[in-house]
Structures are given as C-alpha cells and as structure tokens.
Design a protein around this ligand. Sequence first.
Ligand code: ATP
Ligand code: MG
Length: 441
Amino acid sequence: MSQKLTAVKGMNDLLPPESHSWVWLEGVVRGIMNRYAYSNIRTPIVEPTALFVRGLGEVTDIVEKEMYSFEDRLNHEQLTLRPEATAGVVRAVIEHNLLYEGGKRLYYMGPMFRHERPQRGRYRQFHQIGAEALGFSLPEVDAELILMAHNLWNELGLKNIKLELNSLGEPAERSLHRAALIEYFESNIEVLDEDAKRRLHSNPLRILDTKNPSMQELVEKAPKLMDFLGESSSAHLAKVCKILDLNGVTYSINSRLVRGMDYYNLTVFEFVTDQLGSQGTICGGGRYDYLISQMGGKPSPAVGWAIGVERVLELLKDANLLPSIEGPDVFAVVPSSRDIEKVMQVIQKLRVKGVSVQMHSPSASGNPGSAKPIDADADSRGSMKSQFKRADASGAKFALIFGEDELSNGLVTIKTLRDGVGLQRVEALSNVDDWASSLKS
Ligand code: ATP
Ligand code: MG
C-alpha cells in the first residue's frame, strides 16, 4: 500500500456543505462591491519574492518568517506564494498603467499563504477579501472603505464588531516619533524581548505590535505617534472621523495600532471582535501613499483593507447567521433505466428553463470499469421507496416521477414535497416549456 496522501498541514479542503457558506458570502460581497463601484482584479498567486520584500518591508513578521518562498527550477527565479495581495495589485496597477486616466477602485478574493502555527482562525492557506482604492488622496475615500466594511457586517447580521482607528502620520512625523521611541525603549532595554531588541534600531514602531504579554505595560506607556502629528495629518484623521460620525459608525482611537506591514501612512484601522480569542482581527487596512512609488510606479496615493474570510465565517457560524442550504427545485425519481434517454431530455429542458434538478442516479461501487451492463434492470436503480427518501433528504420542493407507465403515455407525475405535501398532478412531456416555470423557486 502506498502512503496515504493528505492535505498540507494548515491548508484545508473546503467541502460541501460548508462550501455553500463560502459561495453565499462571496455573493453578498460582490453585491456590496457593485454598489460601491469597485471592480474585480485577479492577480497571480505566485509573485517574485522581491515584490514582497520591497513592498511589505524586510523587517516584518511576514517577510522575516512567514513566506513560502522557493526557487524556480528552470530559471532560478526566487518566487513566493503571496502572503497578501496588496503588493501584487500594486504591481499589476503599475505594470498595466491602470492609473493613467485617474483613480481605480478594485477588489479581490482569494487564497493567501503564510507559514504560521495553525490554530483556530489562523491557517497556512487562508482567504482574504480585499478592497483597494488607488490614486485617491482625500480622507473621504478612507471613510468610504470603512463604511463599506461596516455595511458588510450589517448585511451579514454581525454585531459587536469594533472599529479601531489610528493615524501613522507622514514620514517626517514618524521619524520624530521614531527617535522618541528608540530613546524610550533604550532606557527600558531590560524589558525588551529578543525580537524587540533586534528591531530596536531597524524598526522600533514594530515593537508596538508585539503580542508578548510581559511587554504590554512598556508598550502601553510608549510615546504616542498621535502627539507628533502635524496639522495636515490631524485634519485628515479628523475628516475621516467626521464622516464616520455622521454615518453612525462608532470607533475608538487606538494609538498602538500600527499594522503588520511597513507600507502604511496616515489612516490605519482594524475591525476586531472579542469572540475569536487572540485571532480577533477580522479586517485590517489603511492608507499606503508611498507604496506605489516605492515599487517603481508614478507616485500615487492609495488606501485599502483586507478581510480574513475564515474568521468572518467562524463568527457567522457561532452566531447562527449562516443561511440554511436550499435544496433543488426538483428531485427526479427514475425507477427504471429503460427510457433514460427520454428522461434526460426532459430534465435538460427543465434545467435550460431555469429549474434546478437533482437526478437520482444509482451510485457505483466496486472497481472502476466493471460497471453493470447498460440496460441495468429496475432494481439496480434503487427502489421507489429509497428514491423518495433521497428526494425528501435533498430538500427539493417537487418530485418528478418518471415511472414506466407514465413515460409510455408521454406523461410525468409531479408530487409536492413541501408546502401541501402529497399534492399530485400529471403533466405531458410534450409541453414541458409550459409547466417548467411552475417548478421554479
Ligand atoms: P494577525 O495579527 O492576526 O496575524 P495580520 O495583521 O497579520 O493579522 P493582515 O495581514 O492585516 O493580518 O491580514 C488581514 C486579515 O487577514 C487579518 O485581519 C485576518 O483576519 C486575516 N488573516 C491574517 N493572517 C491569517 C491567517 N494566518 N489565517 C487566517 N486569517 C488570517
Ligand atoms: Mg499576522
């Protein structure tokens, strides 16, 4: 026996019926994206490693320890499975000169890869839904993105999602703050862990993002960037806040919110819940006005966010907010194989007319290639009783019974399975088109 093949640790198969929830959530998101006029973009899952090193910053958790990187066997290019999609979107925007006639509002959905310790809400392959508004500098666009996410929680029925906001200011303000931070951490060097010590001079802001409990108090009292903001940065944040206020969106200012990538400036935000343990952030984003030029494009401002799909679905499941699975309109009960061609023709017509039909077919078991003869007898299709059991279990609204007698008279029996159970009528196969719509939900 060969060794059993299994999925890679931390990477999950999405199977029915859970996959129904995914399809449903994606549909809700598409509806919202349409209303905010964001267009879909799809970039490759593999990108040059340098894209992420340059885009996310060398001294970040993702680039330092979470990337799946490998060398292309043929041309020795260094490649990486994307750990996030903003860098790829920015690359595509530059490569295709998408901003030549003004800003672009884009969204994506798809898998991301990070080599982290798998646990609830944290996987090695996970999925993000993201929105990016590129080429826009005004605070109203930051607000638009936040309002869009807020609207999504509302439409999904999620409650108790908290919005935290901060401003990371502009580079000059950050360097003043940075100097103050280094001084502060240096005078408390005995409290710093190894990670923090290493980052003290390379990226002290990142220390504020620490999850180490023994450093929380130190970080709490660190100099706040907010106190170093100039007039224009403060005004930008104030405008975002005012728009949120007017729309009834509540938030708190969290001066410790720094986000995991280096590319942010001005507005940063996270939507968090206390219902997922330490994996409580379901959406994170902010402004990244310098990333496009840093990656070789014409300087253009931008702002965006990304949602963790697994975490949102987990929340929805816990709150009992996932929709129940709809069965097909029709379950086709086919007692005999004798006139199967005729049955298939009717079912095809129904499906073309928009009726969803699940057809009973006997399951094959045993060795492939050793199937029963084509003219399998009635018994091999399963008894009427077992077919009706399946029809009920399928959640279908109607059973269409293609009995031998009915078929030979050019008829089919339609039985109601739900409201008004047991109601029965007979229709002619010759005019399927006339009665098909009566079966549609
Ligand atoms: P965290 O602090 O939880 O590691 P992050 O700051 O690294 O999150 P982002 O890079 O901002 O996360 O990604 C946006 C969202 O994607 C997160 O808020 C989260 O919901 C989700 N996410 C990030 N990493 C994972 C993962 N390994 N598994 C599942 N979801 C994830
Ligand atoms: Mg992370």
